[in-house]
Design a protein around this ligand. Structure first.
Ligand code: ADP
Ligand code: MG
Length: 243
């Protein structure tokens, strides 16, 4: 099986604040890894290091076989081949939903416009937004915005998808429509790293679950083991609060 992400000895600090402490992580093709842990544990920072939205100080990160720090070309390859979805959507507010989805294929991949728009339509259909091609982000609900954000990330045909609490800014009735899209992606074999506290989702589609606390991966186990037999007291305590 092909390794998609390999992290060894990763350290990251913000000034004096040591946020990631000696992280090792392997993610293989078609893995669906759900990472949970308390606020401030370093989950977002870890995800953001994987495509170097954050610079890191020590350690190596290889994505799709490329060391992202060793050359601009490697980083650019990794960014082109991975998609990220944020808690707060980060759509471009001044352009339509379709333009949001078609933008990167046109500008980054140099895809002909008509082809990029066809692709955008098909992706918006896949996430259940056929009626919203021409809407602006401001006209959409949170759940719809997040589905556009997923379609936009998929437009680059990523080999890896990173999700940072994709449902935590959503009203409860919208969470399912976003999780359903993610479930479809997972079942289609997409390699995914998802920071989330949706343990129902984790139980349904994750194959591995990790627990991050105070900048360290305390536990990273196959899903069933995580829920039935967590190894550390800290994980048990956390699970008892959120389950
Ligand atoms: P999580 O996503 O698990 O809640 P984060 O990765 O966002 O945690 O943050 C980990 C720690 O790093 C926190 O203490 C947070 O305040 C700090 N931090 C995150 N981003 C920055 C930043 N840009 N500058 C300074 N400190 C930051
Ligand atoms: Mg976070």
């Amino acid at each position: 099986m092909e390794r998609v992400v390999r992290i060894r000895g990763l350290h990251k600090s913000f000034g004096k604040l040591h946020v990631l402490k000696n992280i090792d992580l392997d993610v293989y093709e078609s893995d669906v890894l759900v990472l949970c842990g308390p606020s401030g544990a370093g989950k977002s920072t870890l995800l953001r290091c994987i495509n170097m939205l954050e610079h890191y100080h020590e350690g190596t990160i290889e994505v799709l076989g490329k060391d992202i720090k060793s050359s601009r070309a490697n980083l650019s390859y990794v960014r082109k081949n991975s998609g990220m979805v944020f808690q707060h959507f980060n759509l471009f507010p001044h352009i339509s939903v379709m333009d949001n989805v078609a933008l990167a294929p046109i500008h980054v991949k140099k895809m002909p416009k008509d082809q990029a728009y066809e692709k955008a339509k098909s992706l918006l259909d896949q996430v259940g937004l056929s009626a919203k091609y021409d809407a602006y982000p401001g006209q959409l609900s949170g759940g719809q915005k997040q589905r556009v954000a997923i379609a936009r990330a998929l437009a680059m045909d990523p080999k890896l998808m990173l999700f940072d609490e994709p449902t935590s800014a959503l009203d409860p009735e919208m969470i399912k429509e976003v999780l359903d899209v993610m479930i479809k992606l997972a079942l289609g074999g997409m390699t995914m790293i998802i920071v989330s506290h949706e343990m129902g989702f984790a139980r349904e589609v994750a194959n591995k679950v990790g627990f991050l606390d105070d900048g360290k991966i305390i536990e990273l186990t196959p899903k069933n083991e995580f829920f039935t037999n967590p190894r550390s007291e800290r994980t048990k305590e956390f699970l008892s609060k959120i389950l």
